[in-house]
Design a protein around this ligand. Structure first.
Ligand SMILES: *Cc1c(COP(=O)(O)O)cnc(C)c1O
Length: 408
């Protein structure tokens, strides 16, 4: 039997057994619609409000400031769109960064086509936004700054508290996508000085299709995307995803209880992985910040290799990782994050992301360190990438079913 090692926790996490248990119990005995006034409705309402309290407590918020959504993507869209349209009379300028998740970046870009002016800030070689750049970008028309807390591709943790302080001084609303940081490092809405904050269930050992948006009391924000019922205090129409909400509440509670211990454990595994990969293999660089990074996150660029080829070879050995280079998704471009960090195209194509989780062990790291060097050696031996040639990717990358020419 192939050994299976899951190293892709930034993409999604397995659901915690206690979350599964709680959700199953709920699905069996609590089917009511929380809007209904009868016994069944109120029983579901009670469970939803308990989950809301758990989520609020995990980020230092008031339960009334939590709106449940269908996930991180919806929460990002809702935050940005809602602030933009509610504050249109005050200005039309939005500031974000070049390394945001597409849920933020594409939402902001869409607003750019609807009469808003957008500034997309650059990042440094570590994927970090500078507070000075944010300050310099602010104009008297700026209504929103949205910068992620921790980057999903390279793990870099941004100076959110400082940016938040600046935004508050200038009277500008500040949103952060904390999908990757929540549950891994402390996320407190007051300490981070944020007005809006996004989290997602399936990145913290909860279910998929559920997330939450924190909206600070008094924030000039209103629902602008969905039209429908009065659920979530008129902030998110549609019958609540009650089992998902119960799962998110439990996952948030468990994440808080285990965070410190888990972060220390994962940091140890991560640091060993980074040290040994960069020692054992030549022409490899760590991407993202060396210290200001998520405890479970290691990401590299291997020169002269395609990320997809590495992923497929690893998968044959039972190791699940991911790559920032997105040929498998039909795109020719390597990751927008790596390119924004100034990593050349041909190097960015060789990116691999290893994101650890609570079930990973030292033995998993041993196994990776055993199988990776020969994979790199074999792929480099057959790689034309060091010759800077143009080649038909479909000829050699059997994982990529898109027929196109990949310019190196
Ligand atoms: C996964 C992710 C999202 C999207 O969350 P979904 O719940 O999958 O929609 C948004 N932002 C970041 C940083 C993410 O990692």
């Amino acid at each position: 039997m192939t050994r299976r090692v899951y190293f892709d926790h930034s993409a999604t996490t397995p659901v915690h057994p206690e979350v599964v248990e709680e959700m199953c119990r709920f699905l069996k005995d609590n089917f009511g619609n929380p809007t209904s006034l009868h016994y069944f409705g109120q029983k579901a309402r009670k469970a939803v409000e308990e989950a809301r309290e758990k989520v609020a407590a995990a980020i230092g918020a008031n339960p009334a400031e939590i709106v449940f959504t269908s996930g991180g993507t919806e929460a990002d869209n809702m935050a940005i769109h809602g602030v933009a349209y509610t504050n249109r009379n005050r200005g039309n300028h939005i500031i974000t960064s070049a390394v945001e998740h597409h849920a933020v970046l594409n939402t902001v870009k869409a607003l750019g086509k609807q009469g808003f002016t957008v500034t997309i800030l650059p990042v440094d070689q570590y994927g970090m936004v500078s507070v000075e750049d944010v300050a310099a970008a602010i104009t008297d028309k700026t209504i929103l700054i949205t910068i992620m807390h921790a980057n999903n591709e390279v793990g870099t943790i941004m100076p959110i508290a400082e940016i938040g302080r600046l935004a508050r001084e200038r009277g500008i609303l500040f949103h952060t996508d904390a999908v990757q940081s929540f549950g891994k490092i402390p996320v407190n809405v007051d300490e981070l000085n944020v007005d809006l904050l996004t989290i997602s269930g399936h990145k913290i050992y909860g279910p998929k299709g559920i997330g939450a948006l924190y909206i600070r009391k008094g924030t000039r924000w209103r629902q602008t995307l969905f039209h429908g019922g009065a659920q979530e205090r008129l902030r998110r129409a549609g019958t609540e995803n009650t089992p998902g909400i119960i799962g998110l509440g439990k996952a948030a509670e468990l994440a808080m209880a285990n965070m410190e211990q888990e972060a220390a454990y994962l940091t140890r595994l991560r640091d060993r992985l980074i040290r040994e990969v960069t020692e054992k293999i030549s022409h490899v660089r760590l991407t993202g910040h060396p210290t200001k990074r998520l405890p479970n996150h290691a990401s590299f660029c291997f020169e002269f290799i395609e990320g997809e080829s590495m992923l497929l070879s690893l998968d044959l050995q039972g190791i699940a990782a991911s790559s920032g280079s997105a040929c498998t998704s039909g795109s020719l471009e390597p990751s927008h994050v790596l390119l924004a960090m100034g990593i050349p195209h041909e190097v960015a194509h060789g990116s691999i992301r290893i994101t650890l989780g609570r079930d990973n062990t030292e033995e998993d790291i041993d196994y990776f360190l055993e199988v990776m060097p020969p994979i790199v050696e074999r792929l480099r031996a057959m790689s034309p990438l060091d010759q800077e040639t143009e080649f038909a990717l479909s000829d050699r990358c059997n994982g990529c079913r898109v027929s196109h020419t990949c310019r190196v």
